[in-house]
Write a protein that binds this ligand. Sequence first.
Ligand code: AHR
Length: 364
Amino acid sequence: MRVRTTAVFAGLLAAALAVTGCSNDAALTGSTEGPGDRPAPSADCPLASAPDPGNSEPPADVPMATAAPKLEPKDSYRVAFSQNASNNPWRLAETASMQAEAEQLDHQLTVTDANNNQAKQIQDVKGLIAQDPDALFIAPITEQLGGVVAEAADAGIPVFLLDRDVDHSVARPGEDYVTVIVSDFVQQGKRAAWAMAQATGGNAKIIELEGTTGSSPAIDRKKGFDEAIAQCPGMEIVVSQSADFTRAEGQRVTETLLQSHPDATAIYAHNDEMALGAIAAIRASGRVPGTDITVVSIDGSRDALTAVEAGELYATVESNPRFGPKAFETMQQYAEQGQVPVQLILSDRLFDASNAAQHIAEAY
Ligand code: AHR
């Protein structure tokens, strides 16, 4: 297994550079090799020697939801959850977290699974509206689900969006839905770019595997990564294609793209499942994942942490699927106080060789 730098080391390195006034590791050591067998940080890529950017500052002045349908305080609620898919461990963990919390709090929860199909999710939500639940949780497949979210509000049902957003010009925050509980996907993309710069020294020809087209994580994880690598002239996306957040597509798309871009040295996958498919494709092509091709992704699943430990995945930025406690706490707060902020941002960790092993047991 290769030895890799940790976030802590990067921080110390940045501090050392600040003290000495040196611009990169090569200047300190006189070598073109970085720590372990990693390339030395490129002098023109500040990301390669900076510390992990971490979570973003909580947004200031988030308005309160005051014009969405109200929820009467009760001891027990009839609630519904429209899940967009159950085709990966992340989705299964999110659903399990919602079910466990509902059971714990003695709420009655109905769950639908849209099977990764937007038309089906729209029908699912319409069916749930017809059942007139006290509250409706939706994990929207794409941002185009705004229309049916507004239909729920028109029917007087308070909607809470989980893990993905919708188009605000169609469904108004705080009016057509109460709040959206999400990670900062732009920041996740920036942290993935940081990890990629750490692993490659700031020189990489990158294949990007995008998530489901039109979904907020696919849009924002691309944006954050693009913005961050713009600081590093040696980091270039040579091709970018959707693999729909699934392992099978990740493998199939990577097999094709490695053939059309044999000079690629890195893969940025918008989630772990696609990264794991990409790792299988790299192996099948006769190359060594983690050595010939650096892979970075987002989520923090058990399989991904195991791949980090094996040296095949450099890092994965956490996107925590365990929404149950926060979702029901927010619903309760809305019922009791009549208002909550229209957006609630979660904090995420970053897993690399320095800490992956210690988190495998708790992962999903
Ligand atoms: O919306 C969050 C994303 O959706 C997760 O990263 C992905 O694995 C899931 O399907």
